[in-house]
Each structure stands twice: as structure tokens, then as C-alpha cells.
Design a protein around this ligand. Structure first.
Ligand code: BG6
Length: 497
């Protein structure tokens, strides 16, 4: 592809896995949103092996919009007119001959592989053999590989057909409004940036808590586990954007260079850096082996060997069936060097709530009104925004169509991220049991040592009005619709031993 065509928008969108779950939950709502904005005007071709007709695909799209958003009849009609369908096996060249014919005069199609990674190689080869890869870009879903070796092999396979500039690896966390805001907040303000380094920051914690379990994806989880599912990608991307140096120049590669360089300075994790947990009841999930040791919880300490961050612990924990659903970054600043007013609470923090919604809070100590010089903790809410930003898939698909790769994981960063977690994948550490509705196994507290404890995480929903939270947000454990299960006697039983 010449530099010219790289910057031109795609002129057709092909999505493989059109009858699948991802299309149903995310892609159809994103397509309708793009049609509403007028940014999707080109043919959209669904591909799958389901024996369907295009009418069935349209009906599926309609049902998807009813369940995941709302149908805008006018936009849906326009989307229906753009939509066509190719049915066939991905191993069968005839499927791709049919796709080539459906593409008509398209010069720059975007192929979106919403299919299992085991099929990426087959589909890219078939695209090349049928002539559908010429001038095309490709979007691939996570997980991108399952360890460093398989990610490298997958990159090689894809690169045999598509140059890196035409490969868009989705990490939907990068499409979140709050994650975008993290970057903006850092590099659009002069006041915060000078504080974000080892001189002023004592520790950093990132918690991704989910109050639900594996949600019917037991078989997927057996192959993944928490580290592969959300640490190697979502959490490390957040770490990258939070800790990277300021981009050297503008443009899409500058941010991706910054993240890749930061990852290079993160030490490869070793077994003592991680504590794994498994929620009670995981073995009862469909598709889960009765003796499975797969982790549904992980706490880990990252060491960043850079001039800016050396010695600052970066602690990350993720887990299913925790008390709340909330992803929060907490930057703990060092206290003042002397106690002018006696002991003060350690409340110098910057807190970034990434889900639900977007919230940025600066925690400060302020004087209690009245006599004496005693203080109290107060939160200065810098920014708060409600849900209705752009949905991640809407943003990411739009960017991929436009050819903007800023929010997509680049080959070097993906491989570095696998390098960081590679030694702790699989059952390399004991897995401790924890009860649903708790904050994971107590062993995770010991990981933090004197830098503990883990900060309390509670989603702040206060801007979302007096009604119930949006339907996508599960009820917290302990609420009327999600009561706490009985807590087992032995929380700290290691199922790995
Ligand atoms: C997905 C993981 O990538 O991200 C899920 O596979 C996880 O296990 C989800 O629940 C979290 O994303 P979000 O956008 O719902 O917070």
C-alpha cells in the first residue's frame, strides 16, 4: 500500500463472525451509531458460516439493537441498505470468491476479524489468495496470542499478507472515554505532569473490580484466566498511558512509541510478584474443568525501571465476583517533608475512575473550620462526565475505517506486554480461593508489604441522577438484587496445592 492510500478512508467494511456474540453485542450498535453520525456510508458485508440469508442477518441486527441500545428506524433502514451477507466456511476458497464479488469495485476494504484467533491465519491467507487483501486493512480482536511465542507467530502470519501499518489490533479499553481522558489530562495540563514521577509519587494502584463472574464464558476463561483476559492487555495499556513519557511529537505513532518504550522499561514479572485467586463456585460454571486451577483474580506488582519511575511500586489487581464493578487508578503522592500541623491523613491522592463513567478526583487535606489547626480529607472533583460518550467499538471501528491507528495496539507493544507477563502465565503460582463479594484472597494484601493496604474502591455514581444505574452496570454484591452468598469457613484455602 502506498503512503497515500494508507491515509484514505476504507471504502467497504467486511466483518467475519457476523452471526456471533461480539457482532450481536458490540458491532451492530456501533454500526448504527456510525450511520447516525453519517460516518458509515459504504457497503458493510457480514461473513459467517451459519447457512443464513441477508434477511436473517438484518433481523439479527435489529434484535441486537433492541437489546443493546435502541433501534433508530431511520438509521436502521440505512444500515440495512448497506448490509449484505456472504455465507461460507473460512477454509473454503469459494467463500472468498463470493466475498470478492460482493466487494465489487472496492479498492480499500477493511476486514474485521471478530472470530477466534485460531482462524486468523486461515482467513488472512484466504484473503490474500482471493485478491481481497489488496489495498486492505485488517482489524483483529483480542486475545492477540496466548503468550509471547504465539503472539510472535501470529504477527508473522498476519505480516505475510498485511504490513504493520495496515494491522489494527483492538483493545477496547483504549476506546473508552476515560482512558482517552487519562492521556488528555496528562498532556493538556502543565500543572499535573511535573508531579508524576518518583520525586512526588509514593505508589500507584490500579484496581479492575467486577461484581459478576465469568458470565457464561467458562470455556473461554479456562483458556484465558484473568492475566491473559485483562492484565496483559487492558491493564497494561492503562499503565502505559499513565506512565509513558510525553510524546515527542504529534501524530498517531508518537503515542504508540511512548507506550512501547514504557513497556520496555517494565521488568518481566516473576512468581513472587503475583498472587492468584479463584472465586468459589468457578468449578460449577459450564465449560470449566472440575479441578481447574485457572485464576479469576490476580494481584501483581510491576517494577518500572525508568529514570522517572524507578522504585515506585505499581500494583495492579483484577478480579471477578468482587464487591463492586469499578476500575480505578490511585496515584498516592508523598506527604509533606515535615509535620507542620502534626500528623495528617495520607490523603494526597489523584484518583481516576475509568469505569463506570469518567471521574477525576484530587484528594487533599483541608483545615477543619473552627479553632485549632486540625484537618480533614476533602475531594476536589476535577472532572466528571456521564455515560453518553462514544461507545468504545463505535470509536474504534470509526478510527479503523478512517485509518487512524492511535488507539490500536502495535506489534512491538503487544509483544512487550506478553514478555512482561509470560513467566506468570498458566499455573505457575498457587491459586487461593476467595468468596464472591469479597476483595479476593487475603494473600494479596501481603504482596503490598509496607506500601499497603489496597485502597478502598467504590464507584461514584453520583452524577448519574436519582434513577437506577444504567442496565449495563451489574448490581453490587450485597444489594437487594445481588445478595451476598454465605462466606465459606476457609477463605485462604489454596486450590493450587
Ligand atoms: C473483556 C474481558 O475484554 O473486558 C472481560 O474479556 C471483561 O472479562 C471486560 O469483563 C471488561 O470490559 P468493560 O468495558 O466491560 O469494562
Amino acid at each position: 500500500m502506498t503512503p497515500d492510500t494508507q491515509t484514505l478512508p476504507a471504502d467497504a467494511l467486511v466483518f467475519f463472525g457476523a452471526t456471533g456474540d461480539l457482532a450481536y453485542k458490540q458491532i451492530f450498535p456501533a454500526l448504527q451509531a456510525m450511520v447516525q453520525r453519517g460516518s458509515l456510508v459504504h457497503p458493510v458485508i457480514g461473513v459467517a458460516k451459519a447457512g443464513w440469508t441477508v434477511e436473517q442477518l438484518r433481523a439479527r441486527a435489529y434484535a441486537s439493537l433492541q437489546e443493546h441500545g435502541a433501534v433508530d428506524e431511520d438509521a436502521f433502514q440505512k444500515l440495512s441498505n448497506l448490509l449484505s451477507y456472504v455465507d461460507g466456511d473460512y477454509h473454503d476458497p469459494a467463500t472468498f470468491v463470493a466475498l470478492k464479488s460482493a466487494l465489487g469495485n472496492s479498492q480499500r476494504p477493511l476486514h474485521y476479524l471478530a472470530i477466534p484467533p485460531s482462524l486468523f491465519g486461515t482467513v488472512t491467507e484466504q484473503l490474500a489468495a482471493s485478491g481481497c487483501a489488496s489495498g486492505a486493512r485488517i482489524v483483529v480482536e483480542k486475545p492477540f496470542g496466548r503468550d509471547l511465542a504465539s503472539a510472535r507467530a501470529l504477527n508473522e502470519t498476519i505480516h505475510r499478507v498485511f504490513p504493520e501499518a495496515n494491522v489494527f489490533r483492538i483493545d477496547h479499553y483504549l476506546g473508552k472515554e476515560a482512558v482517552q481522558n487519562l492521556l488528555y489530562l496528562r498532556f493538556a495540563n502543565g500543572v499535573l505532569e511535573p508531579l508524576l514521577n518518583r520525586d512526588h509519587v509514593q505508589s500507584i494502584q490500579i484496581t479492575m473490580a467486577e461484581s459478576f463472574g465469568v458470565a457464561g464464558r467458562g470455556a473461554f476463561y479456562e483458556e484465558a484466566g484473568a492475566i491473559r483476559d485483562v492484565v496483559q492487555n487492558h491493564m497494561l495499556q492503562v499503565v502505559g498511558l499513565l506512565l509513558m513519557e510525553a510524546p515527542a511529537q504529534r501524530g498517531q505513532e508518537a503515542i504508540r512509541d511512548g507506550v512501547a518504550r514504557l513497556f520496555k522499561s517494565v521488568r518481566t514479572l516473576q512468581r513472587p510478584d503475583v498472587v492468584c485467586g479463584q472465586m468459589e463456585g468457578y468449578h460449577q460454571e459450564t465449560g470449566v474443568a472440575p479441578d481447574s486451577l485457572v485464576e479469576t483474580y490476580a494481584a501483581l506488582r510491576l517494577h518500572v525501571d525508568s529514570w522517572r519511575w524507578a522504585g515506585v511500586p505499581v500494583d495492579v489487581r483484577v478480579g471477578k465476583e468482587l464487591p463492586v464493578t469499578c476500575t480505578t487508578v490511585t496515584v498516592q503522592f508523598r506527604g509533606p517533608p515535615q509535620e507542620v500541623f502534626g500528623a495528617i491523613p495520607a490523603h494526597n491522592v489523584l484518583r481516576l475512575q475509568l469505569t463506570p463513567g469518567v471521574q477525576v478526583t484530587l484528594g487533599l487535606n483541608t483545615k477543619k473550620p473552627g479553632a485549632g489547626m486540625s484537618g480533614e480529607a476533602a475531594d476536589l472533583v476535577l472532572h466528571r462526565q456521564d455515560w453518553d460518550g462514544m461507545a468504545p467499538y463505535d470509536r474504534l471501528l470509526g478510527d479503523a475505517l478512517a485509518g487512524d491507528a492511535t488507539l490500536f495496539a502495535r506489534e512491538d507493544a503487544v509483544e512487550e506486554a506478553w514478555r512482561i507477563v509470560d513467566p506468570i502465565l498458566g499455573q505457575t503460582a498457587p491459586v487461593y480461593a476467595y468468596a464472591a463479594g469479597t476483595w479476593g484472597p487475603p494473600e494479596a494484601d501481603a504482596l503490598l508489604g509496607p506500601d499497603g493496604p489496597w485502597v478502598a474502591v467504590q464507584p461514584d455514581l453520583s452524577e448519574y441522577g436519582s434513577g437506577p444505574p444504567p442496565p449495563s452496570l451489574p448490581a453490587p454484591h450485597g444489594s437487594a438484587s445481588n445478595p451476598l452468598p454465605a462466606v465459606p469457613a476457609t477463605l485462604a484455602r489454596s486450590v493450587g496445592e
